[in-house]
Design a protein around this ligand. Structure first.
Ligand code: APR
Length: 255
């Protein structure tokens, strides 16, 4: 990883795009990897807005662990390495496709969640807003999101289901977050792509903005991506990346 580490040391500005692969090291499954969530039948319905409006239990059953069990997950080696990079003054920001809020939990400061997050939920009928913790409490008070048989769906007093502020397929991306992510990609002379299959646009187009602006892209991902031929290089293993960064930028105190 010497070439990547040297680029991080000499860069004027470093940006990062992360995907679900960085959280597999925390025990959270990704979507399209060998053990990905989308290997299950009908899994693509879980984050589909039309399915949510037709039957919100498809989402609440599918995300019982992935979203409503997030309290049990801790940031992993890649999250920690990115905090160390930031503390060493070598990272300007993180555009993430992940909804697990682990970059913030790890201590990263500039995180742009281009697919939103479950930090708040809104009633689909009247717009009433509840926090993530309030929704978790509702679910736990009703024995979990997917009991055998009738799965529990947290509902507003008006009867509408609460929907997380996660960008579902069929919805627009959060405008401010995506604009910040675009600005980060355009202004970075080194852009890291970590743990994403680069299959979902427009997020997958972010690294191309760096290339178009004359910057360099490095990819760390177990599977090939459509950008491999345009990147300086694709490295296969995220744990190796995290270890190399922590070794190279060890001086920055994590606490
Ligand atoms: N080391 C290297 N690569 C890894 C590791 C690892 N330890 N673990 C997983 N990966 C790679 C997988 O090979 C896979 O290519 O991470 C990638 C994750 O890709 P996806 O599962 O497609 O996740 P992501 O790219 O984040 O999905 C994008 O799709 O479902 C939507 O909105 C959802 O944000 C998500 C978007």
């Amino acid at each position: 990883m010497t070439e990547l580490i040297e680029a991080l040391k000499s860069a004027k500005k470093v940006g990062v795009l992360t995907g679900a692969g960085v959280s597999t090291l925390c025990g959270i499954p990704d979507f399209r990897g060998p053990q990905g969530l989308y290997r299950q039948p009908d899994a693509e319905r879980i984050f589909d807005i039309d399915w949510f409006d037709r039957d919100p239990s498809v989402y609440y059953r599918g995300c019982r662990e992935l979203v409503y069990g997030l309290g049990d997950f801790q940031p992993g080696p890649v999250h920690t390495a990115l905090v160390r990079l930031e503390r060493a003054g070598r990272l300007a920001g993180i555009a993430t496709q992940n909804i697990d809020m682990l970059h913030q939990k790890a201590g990263s400061s500039h995180v742009y969640e281009v697919h939103g997050s479950p930090v708040v939920h809104a009633c689909r009928h009247c717009g009433d807003v509840k926090t993530f913790d309030e929704i978790v409490a509702m679910i736990e008070a009703n024995g979990g999101a997917a009991k055998l048989g009738e799965p529990y769906v947290p509902r507003c007093a008006c009867g509408g289901p609460y929907k997380p502020a996660i960008t579902f397929f069929g919805e627009m991306l959060p405008e401010a977050a995506f604009r910040s992510a675009q600005e980060l990609a355009i202004s970075s002379d080194v852009f890291l792509v970590l743990g994403t299959s680069l299959t979902v646009h427009p997020a997958a187009g972010l690294p191309r903005l760096t290339l178009q602006a004359g910057g360099k892209v490095f990819i760390v991902n177990g599977q090939p991506t459509s950008l491999d031929d345009y990147a300086v290089r694709r490295y296969p293993d995220l744990k190796e990346f995290a270890d190399a960064v922590c070794a190279a930028f060890a001086t920055s105190p994590l606490s």
